[in-house]
Design a protein around this ligand. Sequence first.
Ligand SMILES: Nc1ncnc2c1ncn2[C@@H]1O[C@H](COP(=O)(O)OP(=O)(O)OP(=O)(O)O)[C@@H](O)[C@H]1O
Ligand SMILES: [Mg+2]
Length: 485
Amino acid sequence: MIRAMGLLQSWGGFGTSIASFIFLWDMIRRYCPPELIRAFDKWARRIRSFFYPYIQISISEFMSNNLKPHDAYAAVEAYLSVHLAKDAKRLRAETVTGGSKLVLSMDEHERVTDEFCGVKVQWISGKLVQRESKYLPELERKYYKLMFHKKYRDMVTDIYLEQVIKAGKEIQMRNRKRKLYTNGHSKTTWSHIVFEHPATFGSLAMEVEKKQEIVDDLLMFRESKDFYARIGKAWKRGYLLYGPPGTGKSTMIAAMANLLDYDVYDLELTSVRDNTELRRLLAETTSKSIIVIEDIDCSLDLTGQRKKKPPEEKIEKTKKEVSRKDTEESGSRVTLSGLLNFIDGLWSACSGERIIVFTTNYVDKLDPALTRRGRMDKHIELSYCSFDGFKVLAKNYLRLDTHPIFESIEILMRETKIIPADVAENLMPSSLKEDAEKCLLKLVEALKQAKQLMIKKEEESALSEAKMKQAADVLQDKEDSIDKM
Ligand SMILES: Nc1ncnc2c1ncn2[C@@H]1O[C@H](COP(=O)(O)OP(=O)(O)OP(=O)(O)O)[C@@H](O)[C@H]1O
Ligand SMILES: [Mg+2]
């Protein structure tokens, strides 16, 4: 009993000394000049590290020199919130900008343990409140501290930390909202909106094998960082999508971005003043992005002057003609050589993966410099709707795998041409009451009309050919009679 009393007394004494120490330390912090406290801290740390076998690495929320957010801090935070936050006792719940999902992270002064190749390391979250001078407000800087035994120094600094940052960046990439950047309306810089296009390769009407080949190609590109480094080529890939209007070129670009989880830069060449501006815009694009130049044939030519389209294409008054006119008015002087120089030259030096996609309705009209192999790695033709393509659309729009009307649709599709955009329009119910069968009948009607139009056109062209031949024969007869005279 007496011993217990003595123990309590001594604990009481210990408590009192701790309280006096805290009081004394508080007084020192409050009244001593900050320089003196910093010097004291420094020496105290040196003495401690002499006896203490652990190493600490701090990763601060902001860079110490310019107060810019520190990328590594954000990556560590993402890594910890996914892999270790659940082990912490106190958590912070926050929504990611623009999202509704709650993300959990460690609250301040929490401690979690991670294990890497049998080595245990500790992460500690903290907050530092600093005042640079007494005239400035206090600054709060959050930080993560990594603690490990000094015998694992090389392994942790060379391998573990690198892997944490890499994994963290991948998590950030997955959590971020993707963006669609544009440079339209005579803007000299990129402006962006959130990219939320629902297109996927699953919803794209196309032959199954062809679609799978494109998907495989894209996925292989994404995973080929080391391969590109080994062969000494920049990690870039060019796709040329060509085909008539409404065959799904823009839809495929959205599906590519969704598959790879990339941002999209929609480059409006007609708004770019000259090659210098083009170079700057392309250099500003970020890694993991698709740079799109739609209707490349209408946007520029080799000489920098506008191309003249053949008469039959002029009939179609599309946005493309308007954009060409815009270029003339805005005085864009971007040349094909300028674009190609950039793709082959400076752009290759930008780090990270990028995909560049050109689209055109008239692949034959393109300059061979643009279509040669090595420049555009893959040429993809998007053409009129096949029966396979129709089945994808019927499944998506009407949830139908089969129907008795499919047979007549298949026969009509073999006899005539229809673009997927028209098939999609017919399969779209115009009211809640319109059922799947009505939509299929609408499509049958559209196919019949397209067939009639095709027959009429063929007849007309046969007639004009016959007339031309007749006129040529008359001319020949005249020439023959002149010769005889
Ligand atoms: N292959 C396809 N699969 C699914 N839907 C398609 C396909 N092609 C066209 N569509 C539908 O038609 C619409 C127009 O297609 P899209 O804009 O992709 O055509 P495009 O080939 O880019 O045309 P343009 O040459 O005029 O730019 C899309 O919104 C989509 O609903
Ligand atoms: Mg398009």
